[in-house]
Every structure is written in C-alpha cells, then in structure tokens.
Design a protein around this ligand. Sequence first.
Ligand code: TYD
Ligand code: MG
Length: 470
Amino acid sequence: MSRPASIYICQSCGAQTRQFFGRCSNCGDWNSIVEERTSSLNKRSKERISNSLKPLLKLSEPISSLQEKDLDRITSGYSEFDRVLGGGLVPGSLVLVGGDPGIGKSTLLLQSATKMALKNSVLYVSAEESAQQVRLRWQRLKDCESNLQLLAETNLNLIIQELEILKPKVAIIDSIQALNDDNLSSTPGSVAQVRECSSALQQLAKQQNISLLLVGHVTKEGMLAGPKVLEHLVDVVLTFEGDRYASHRLLRSVKNRYGATHELGIFEMQGNGLAEVNNPSEIFLNRKSAAGIATIVACEGNRSLAVDVQALISTSTYASPRRTATGVETNRLHQILAVLEKHMDLSLSRHDCYLALAGGLVVEEPAADLGIATAIVSSFKDLILPDGTALIGELGLGGQLRPVGQIPKRLQEAERLGFQRAVLPTGSGIDQLKRKINLELMEASNINQALIMALGITPERNQLHKEEYI
Ligand code: TYD
Ligand code: MG
C-alpha cells in the first residue's frame, strides 16, 4: 500500500512545497513550514467538484437581465458597527473581525448578536470559551434580554449540522482558528484547517443566505493569522484595535465589498461592555493649549476627526538622536524633520523628537503633515499655538504645501467643534469655502508661510527668544 503523500505548507503565507524547508521560499519566514497529509485534502476537494458538476446546461445569463435585488441589510444594533459594515450586514456575506487578544472582539460580537437576536434568529458559536463563560460575560452586559442561541463547539461538522437545522439569519463563529475539521490531520489553527473550515462555512453561508461573522486571530506583527486566502474568501475584513490600556477601541474596515474601506467606528470599553462613542473628536482633543500641541483634522472613511498631535523636542544626549512616533509612521516623521531642517533652518538633527497622536489613533494620510510640522516647531521654539486653530495640508519635500481631499468635510468638523481658524494649502478654494464655513481661513503655499500664519515665526527671527513675538 502506498504511503499517503505529504505536502508542506507555510503557516504564514500558505505556499505549498513537496519538500521540507527551514525557510519559506515564498514569504521568507523561518520555521513556518508544516507537513500536511494530502489524502484528506484531495478527498474533500474531489467531493466538492463532483457535487458541483451538473448535467450540461447553460448556467450563465446576460448581466442586464438580472433582477435587481434590494440588499436588505441586517442592522447590527450599533450605528458605529453598521457604519463600518457599510450600512449593516448583507445577507449571505462573510465578515472577518480580527484583533489582538483581549481587545474585545468576543464582547463586541456577543453584544451585537444579543441586539440582532431581538429581531432575527442568531446563533453564536463559541469555540474558545465554554457556554458558562459566555453566559457570564452576557450577564455583564446591559439590556441582555434576547433569545440568542448559543453553541459551545469546535467540531466543524457539528457546527455545520446545527446551522443546517437552525437556519439562522446570522451566525457568529468565535473564532475560526479554534475550529477543527475531522477530515484533516493537522491541528486547529493551521493553514489547512483554517482554509478548509472557512471555505466549508462560506459555501453554506452562500447557499442558505446566512450572514457569517468570523473572529480571526492576529499574529505578533498585527496581521491576520492564517492563510491569505481567508482574506480573499470573505467579503468584509474588519480590524478591532486600540490601546489595551486606554478604554476606547477602533473598528476599521480594511476590505469591504459592500461599502467604503477605511471607515471607522469608535467604541469605549466600560464595566458593562462596549459603548458607542458618538462624538469621537472629544476623546482626541485636549482643548488646553501648550507648547508642542497642534490640532489636525483627519478623515477616516466618511468621517472626519479632530485630533491633537503632541511633539516633544529635546536636546539629544545620544550619538544619533532618538525619533519615536506613536500613531504616525516613523518614516513620515523623519521626512518632516528633514524638510523643517532644510527649509526652516532649524537644527533638529541634534535633537530627540517624540511624537504622539492623542488617544492612540493611527493616522496614515499625508493631510496630517502640516499639523505634525507645526507641533514640532511649537515644541522646539516653545511657542503656544493660538486656541482653536486647525491645520490641514500635505508637506512636499521642497517645503511646499500640497492640497488634500475632503477639505469641506474637515472644516465642517472643525466648525462644529468651535474652532476659530484653519490653515490650508493654496488651491483649496477658500473663496467658495468661506461662503459655507464660518471659520477664518488662511491659505499658505509653503511651510514657512503656514507657520507664520499658525505661530508667527519667520526664518530670520527663528533664532530669537519667544518673548519677542508672542
Ligand atoms: P474579549 O472580548 O474576551 O476579547 P477578545 O475576544 O478580543 O480576546 O475581552 C474583553 C476584555 O475587556 C477583557 O480583558 C475584559 C474586558 N471587559 C470589560 O472591561 N468590560 C466588559 O463588560 C467585558 C465583557 C469585558
Ligand atoms: Mg475572544
């Protein structure tokens, strides 16, 4: 009898080889290759092919003749969650929610499932915690009365069986890495298991029009664990993040077939579960002026947020100065420091620079550049920015300010929060904006002009002491 053949699968990227290697030739990860038996894999895929092969019939139809179906979205019970989903859960869709351990994924989904179960049939499959543990958590949440169905199970076949019997509208699997398919010899959480379990669940979800919410683990580096195919397979990928020691949590959409990506939902972890934060700018704003603080207005998906940037510049005692940034990419900080050094004649290369965005928010968009640069100069020169100034603009390498998108939305948020003035890049069309927005708007073409407007600094006077121009 021939020995069952083995293949070797990289647990990081899912690449397959016929031979064991210490290092994956595809992704370069060390010790990530694990042996898998192929027989069970083949059996399953053959079964699936034979099921799907139908007698020769034409299956396609012209796109124009397709009936327009109204996507009757199911509300998750939380407007912040719905916003990130693009307006609610689409029936038959797969949503993957990833995040660090202990961040609150199970809490979020249990709360949402409880709310959804008031109007729909919902099944919560807990593969990580026992039914009693889930019940304890459920009791901690406020308004917990609903007829949510709970199943504590890790066996894929039993879960599928339950889904077929119960035919719920929504099912939650917490988590996909804890599921176990008997047909495979590998351990739960391995690439083969995650791939098989998720594709089996996907088929069922599409056939029976069940909205499936899957919890996914993340790796040390913060990437979703398991094969990349998992992210391709699902319709929506959400990440739940935040500082574990701060109470608010951010739900972001990374991929969404039914809505905008980079949408942001904000929650706060309280003693009795997660609460929605409807006015998030309040968390990210300090409202007390001090040297080294500037305010930017960032756009996350459809929402704009005013956020404080804090910078601390101090004389360096190291051979090469320290630069750390929280919430902003360090490379971006290096670039802004270099531009300031060159075009503002500031000797920043002999100073340490620490930069942080308030509240643990991460802002990737370049529109934050002007705010970052202003916070740095403000700390370096020990100058305080006038109250209620919003800074918006991208900084070019030549020191010029570049226009950014969604200016009206950003200014509306600044106006709503009671700001008085905003500095914008030239070309933002302030003449038109002035008619709609009740703020003092100033346009600057380069960093020098912008800093004069924001702080009152000129290159000739930047060696002078602060009393001279405050
Ligand atoms: P959990 O939802 O289990 O996180 P995950 O599923 O992402 O691993 O973790 C919740 C954390 O939040 C846990 O450390 C306890 C805390 N918590 C509260 O502060 N308040 C609550 O009401 C609940 C249910 C949990
Ligand atoms: Mg959990």
